[in-house]
Design a protein around this ligand. Structure first.
Ligand SMILES: [Zn+2]
Length: 252
C-alpha cells in the first residue's frame, strides 16, 4: 500500500504514548469524523481490527462516511500502510466488521483496496454483475443480523463484463442463468442510442440500474434486512466504482 502512517490526515496519535484512535481504514476515518480518540481503545500496535465496542459505537452514516474517506485516500495515493499481520492477529479470535459489501468479481474492482479498509473491517461477497440470489441474501443476513454489520453496500462498476454479456445475450453454461438476473436492468434502462455491449455509455447506465435492482431485490427477498433497515439498525446503499478514475460514487 502507498503512504505511511504519519501521512494520514485523519488519525489522532500522540507521539509520546503512541496512542492511536483506531488503526483500521474505516475506524480511522470515523475517528476523524468524531474528532476524539477518547471513545476508542488505546492501541500500542500500528494496526488493529475493529473491536465489538468500536464497531457498535459507529452509526451506519459514520461507516458510509468512513468508506468515502477510504476511497479518497485510495484515489490520492495516500492509502494507509496496513499492518496486515497485526490486523490478522487482532481479528483471529473474533470479527466485528462494520459493513458487508456485495460487489462484482472483476479483478479491477477489489472492494477492500479501493475503500482502503483492512482485515476484519468488512464482509465481502463477490459475484459477477453484483446480483443477489437466495444464498447471497442469506450471506448478507448473516453479516447484519448475526454478526452485527450496519451497512450493506451494493457496488457495481464501469465497463462491467457481466453487464455487457447480459446486454449482448451471451450464452455460456451456468453464466447464462446469472446474466438473466441482470437483464431486467437492461430492459429498464432508458437510452435512445446504441443498446449494445460495445457502447460503454449504455453499459455503465445499465450497471447503475442493476445496482438499484439488486438493492430492490434484496428488499424483496429478505424480511430480515428490510426490517433492520426500517428500524434504523442498518443502511442499504448502492455505489458505482469508476475503473478509470478510481472514484466510488455513492448513490445516496
Ligand atoms: Zn463486473
Amino acid at each position: 500500500m502507498n503512504g505511511k502512517p504519519d501521512q494520514c490526515v485523519c488519525i489522532s496519535v500522540s507521539s509520546n504514548s503512541r496512542r492511536a484512535a483506531l488503526k483500521t481504514g474505516l475506524g480511522m476515518a470515523v475517528a476523524g469524523a468524531v474528532g476524539t480518540a477518547g471513545v476508542f481503545v488505546p492501541r500500542v500496535s500500528l494496526a488493529a481490527s475493529l473491536t465489538k465496542k468500536e464497531r457498535d459505537s459507529l452509526t451506519p452514516d459514520q461507516i458510509i462516511e468512513g468508506m468515502k474517506r477510504g476511497n479518497e485516500r485510495f484515489i490520492s495515493g495516500k492509502a494507509h500502510q496496513h499492518d496486515y499481520l497485526a490486523q490478522k492477529r487482532s481479528s483471529a479470535s473474533g470479527q466485528f466488521p462494520a459493513a458487508v459489501i456485495l460487489s462484482c468479481i472483476d479483478s479491477r474492482a477489489p472492494a477492500e483496496l479501493i475503500l482502503d479498509s483492512g482485515i476484519g473491517d468488512t464482509f465481502n461477497a463477490r459475484i459477477a454483475g453484483n446480483i443477489a440470489n437466495e444464498d447471497l441474501a442469506g450471506s448478507l443476513e448473516f453479516a447484519c443480523a448475526a454478526a452485527g454489520a450496519k451497512v450493506v453496500l451494493v457496488m457495481g462498476h464501469t465497463d462491467c463484463g457481466a453487464v455487457k454479456g447480459a446486454i449482448d445475450n451471451v450464452n455460456l453454461g451456468n453464466l447464462t442463468g446469472l446474466l438473466a438476473k441482470i437483464k431486467p436492468a437492461v430492459d429498464a434502462t432508458k437510452y435512445e442510442g446504441k443498446r449494445t455491449g460495445s457502447n460503454i455509455e449504455f453499459v455503465d447506465m445499465v450497471a447503475k440500474v442493476n445496482v438499484q435492482n439488486t438493492i430492490d431485490d434484496l428488499h424483496k427477498r429478505s424480511e430480515i434486512l428490510s426490517s433492520m433497515e426500517k428500524d434504523g439498525k442498518i443502511k442499504m446503499v448502492g455505489a458505482m466504482y469508476n475503473l478509470k478514475t478510481g472514484k466510488v460514487e455513492f448513490m445516496t
